[in-house]
Design a protein around this ligand. Structure first.
Ligand code: AMP
Ligand code: MG
Length: 361
């Protein structure tokens, strides 16, 4: 299949091109598109064949549900059952509305009970559906042109870091999908916060740019899914996708946490040893620390404390290491800040939860 690339000038968007992209979705095809979080791989969310095609193009296990993207809050009614007369559901629908008022359009996904309009192919067999309204205007125009319901996971091959620019999508999915809308670099660079409203209490299934503190404005009893809290948690995460190795570079990644100078010393020792053994080493560090390291490939993720920049650069950096055939990667730890939690969640998943606590050894 020949993949068409549609370049969008954000100051002067190509309406005809977007209309064509929408038609591709309506006729059962697949289009990758930019959002403020990462690039998505879109298909018609209400068409089971389209969802099957998404899993096939990504090589994604079909029990890993897709997020349905909408462009208009009222469209939620067709896909989420908000009108059940049970008190708890009523309550949920009020919460969903309040969350949407505050954080949509934006990087937050809500899980609600699904209606029959949503095929099980889209929800990975679940009775619940994940819904998001992105703030990226190109994304919203495309969703509208596509009929209002676009199922979209991240537009990468399963297991690879999510794409934050069109060239990443081309690397993974060229010739496997009908079109890629190139809207330039994304804004945030990490996937949306997922909030599950279907249980006894609201839970964050995946941390993102909308933090627990943000959500607490609406959901006083918000908590994290125990399955994602700690590296050694025995509980399975509630978002089925979080159980898979994810966001992973080809090289073996280890995160090193602790007192600044000790972290540097430890990483340099490891890098020296690996170099001696002819292993290709890469290092991820804050901008301020770059001159401390001696490995051939040292990448700056952002200034100390600037987790927004680290989020923005992380997936690109992991892909660059792949291109350089780096075999072993050491990363400083990036905690704190609004996005710190999400950054560490992705970094640790990419590392297969391998973290060295330098102050404890
Ligand atoms: P991605 O599209 O790659 O960002 O992945 C979407 C994430 O949303 C995956 O981790 C899914 O497991 C999660 N997800 C989607 N639908 C649901 C659902 N109904 N319940 C729980 N998690 C979901
Ligand atoms: Mg993904």
């Amino acid at each position: 299949m020949n993949t068409e690339i549609l370049r969008i000038d954000r100051k002067n968007p190509d309406e005809e091109g977007i209309e064509k992209a929408g038609q591709i979705i309506k006729s059962g095809g697949l289009v990758a598109f930019p959002t403020e979080t990462v690039y998505g791989l879109g298909g018609d969310a209400l068409n089971p064949t389209s969802s099957r095609k998404i899993y096939e193009a990504k090589g994604r296990p079909s029990d890993n549900p897709l997020i349905v993207h909408i462009a208009d809050f009222d469209d939620i009614k067709r896909i989420a059952s908000l009108d059940d007369d049970e008190y708890t559901i009523e309550d949920v629908s009020k919460k969903a509305k309040k969350l949407a008022d505050l954080f949509w359009p934006g990087p937050m996904t809500i899980i609600l009970n699904k209606t029959d309009a949503v095929p099980y192919e889209t929800t990975g067999g679940l009775d619940t559906v994940a819904i998001r309204m992105p703030s990226d205007e190109v994304a919203r125009d495309f969703i509208t042109a596509a009929g209002g319901y676009v199922a979209a996971p991240s537009a990468n091959l399963s297991g690879r870091p999510s794409p934050t620019r069109a060239s990443h999508v081309i690397e993974d999915l060229n010739d496997r999908i009908d079109m890629i809308i190139d809207g330039g670099d994304v804004d945030i660079g990490l996937e949306s916060t997922i909030v599950d409203l279907t249980g006894d209490r609201p839970l964050i299934l995946r941390p993102g740019a909308i933090t627990a503190l943000d959500l607490a404005q609406v959901l006083e009893d918000i908590d994290y899914d125990p399955g994602i809290i700690s590296a050694d948690s025995k509980e399975a995460p509630k978002a089925p996708g979080m159980k898979y190795r994810h966001y992973a570079p080809k090289g073996e990644l280890t995160v090193v946490r602790g007192e600044d100078s000790k972290v540097t010393e430890y990483i340099n020792e490891c890098a020296e040893r690996d170099k001696h053994n002819l292993i290709k080493v890469g290092i991820i560090c804050s901008d301020e620390h770059v001159l401390r390291y001696k490995a051939p490939s040292v990448k700056c993720a952002g200034k100390l404390g600037d987790e927004t920049m680290v989020a923005h650069r992380l997936y690109s950096i992991l892909r660059e290491f792949d291109e350089e055939d780096v075999e072993v990667i050491y990363s400083e730890s990036f905690e704190g800040g609004n996005l710190g939690r999400a950054v560490m969640n992705r970094l640790l998943k990419a590392a297969g939860q391998k973290i060295i606590d330098i102050d404890k050894i």
